[in-house]
Design a protein around this ligand. Structure first.
Ligand SMILES: Nc1ncnc2c1ncn2[C@@H]1O[C@H](COP(=O)(O)OP(=O)(O)OP(=O)(O)O)[C@@H](O)[C@H]1O
Ligand SMILES: O=C(O)[C@H](O)[C@@H](O)[C@H](O)[C@H](O)CO
Length: 175
């Protein structure tokens, strides 16, 4: 399917705390748009993954090189004239600023929901390095999108299909 989007090339970061559904919703949104999906987790240095696996939250210094690598991924797609979708927690505004540095139009889709549902999803997920006990630090770090930030919020309790429909509508995208 080829995306018909009015205007310039754009990039969508599907953001949220661990377990919110960034990979699932982001992958589905990318498929609907016909754009590549960038899995942010795949860009973490091994030391970051080891830290999270050990139950220790990442700090700003851990996340900075990872975010810069993700911004470069946007820059490469931008240079190719290709829009893209990325799954990345992007918990703080300062982190989103780094991502915005990668391309002229970087927008955000925040997948958000209750702590109870997040915990349920994290606990039922198998074969993933991220432990549910880090959920509270993720929520404490999260800064919601500001009114001046280009983006939208969807409810993680919705089906993936409904989330994608809402995202397309809220972000004014045609797939
Ligand atoms: N809309 C949804 N409805 C029901 N289950 C969902 C939905 N979205 C995701 N899930 C399930 O919730 C779990 C977490 O989803 P996913 O791995 O996509 O989250 P994530 O935000 O990418 O997590 P992480 O950042 O830790 O990688 C998975 O088991 C996934 O199948
Ligand atoms: O900023 C962070 O703390 C990390 O990106 C985490 O959110 C994890 O990478 C991911 O969500 C776990 O899979």
């Amino acid at each position: 399917m080829v995306a018909a989007v009015s205007g310039a090339v754009q990039h969508i970061v599907v953001m949220g705390v661990s377990g919110s559904g960034k990979s699932t919703t982001g992958g589905a949104l990318a498929a609907r748009l016909g754009w590549p999906f960038i899995e942010g987790d795949g860009f973490h240095p091994e030391a970051n993954v080891a830290k999270m696996r050990a139950g220790v939250p990442l700090d700003d210094d851990d996340r900075a090189p990872w975010l810069r690598a993700l911004a470069q991924a946007f820059a490469r797609n931008q240079a190719a004239g290709q829009g893209s979708v990325m799954g990345c927690s992007a918990l703080k505004r300062a982190y989103r600023d780094i991502l915005r540095g990668g391309a002229p139009r970087v927008r955000f889709l925040h997948v958000h929901g209750s702590r109870a549902l997040l915990e349920e999803r994290l606990q039922s997920r198998e074969g993933h390095f991220f432990p549910a006990k880090l959920l509270d630090s993720q929520l404490a770090t999260l800064e919601m999108l500001g009114p001046d930030e280009d983006g939208a919020v969807v409810d993680m309790a919705l089906s993936v299909e409904d989330q994608v429909d809402q995202a397309l509508r809220l972000l004014g995208l045609r797939a």
